[in-house]
Design a protein around this ligand. Structure first.
Ligand code: F3S
Length: 62
């Protein structure tokens, strides 16, 4: 599985790196970014949590 952040939609609330720090981080532009690699099996649930809880639905995990 991979994770993506739609930077146009992200409002920089910083919730995703709090929920799933292995996958998401904040960039200098104040928006979140997801790692480029496949999501490790043991943190898929965290990444999906972040996807569900992002207030503007900017995250896709598939
Ligand atoms: Fe942005 Fe949503 Fe994360 S608003 S910082 S992608 S939780």
């Amino acid at each position: 599985m991979k994770a993506y952040v739609d930077k146009e939609t992200c409002i920089g609330c910083a919730l995703c790196p709090t929920i799933s720090p292995d996958i998401f981080s904040m960039e200098d532009d104040g928006k979140a970014v997801a790692i480029d690699d496949q999501i490790p099996e043991d943190v898929v649930a965290d990444a999906q949590d972040a996807e569900e809880q992002c207030p503007v639905a900017a995250i896709t995990v598939d």
